[in-house]
Design a protein around this ligand. Structure first.
Ligand code: FES
Length: 156
């Protein structure tokens, strides 16, 4: 029994160690350079250093996206439509997306890593909220962070 537990602990430790090494290597060895984010067909565009996530890039540029879990991939509210450059859909996103969502390129902005230029369609903030209320997915206990004309707010 002790040997089995020891083997499990060693295996888990090896996997965790490899995951940490990969994360550190990606952070320090991979340079994605400057990437363009093109919003709503060119209505707005800005440059960011690659390697971050799309949600952070949008919020930093005063584009409001609902995000009650703070970008941890747990609330499913940060849906945007990525039309180019979003990379592959992650397993962390699929529980929040319908087949139709996936077919039209809907992604969770917090799960999209910026590795190249990204074209994204951002829904109007109030459309997102009204859709959540309509479908019964609005969490009235969640904390919301949003910006209006560059001014940060938290609440709801
Ligand atoms: S911010 Fe909650 S899933 Fe993206």
């Amino acid at each position: 029994m002790t040997i089995i537990l020891l083997a499990m602990a060693v295996t888990t430790g090896l996997f965790l160690g490899m995951a940490v090494i990969l994360l550190v290597a990606e952070r320090h060895l991979v340079n994605y350079g400057t990437c363009q984010i093109i919003v709503n067909g060119g209505e707005q565009r800005f440059s960011v250093e690659g390697g971050g996530n799309l949600l952070a890039a949008l919020l930093e540029n005063n584009i409001s996206i609902p995000a009650s879990c703070g970008g941890k991939g747990m609330c499913g509210y940060c849906k945007v439509r990525v039309t180019a450059g979003g990379g592959a859909l992650l397993p962390t996103e699929t529980p929040f997306l319908s087949r139709r969502d996936i077919a039209i390129g809907t992604r969770l902005a917090c799960q999209v890593k910026i590795r190249q230029d990204v074209s994204v369609n951002v829904p109007d903030f109030l459309d997102v909220i009204s859709d959540m209320v309509r479908t019964g997915t609005f969490d009235k206990h969640a904390k919301w962070r949003f910006s209006i004309k560059g001014e940060e707010h938290e609440g709801f």
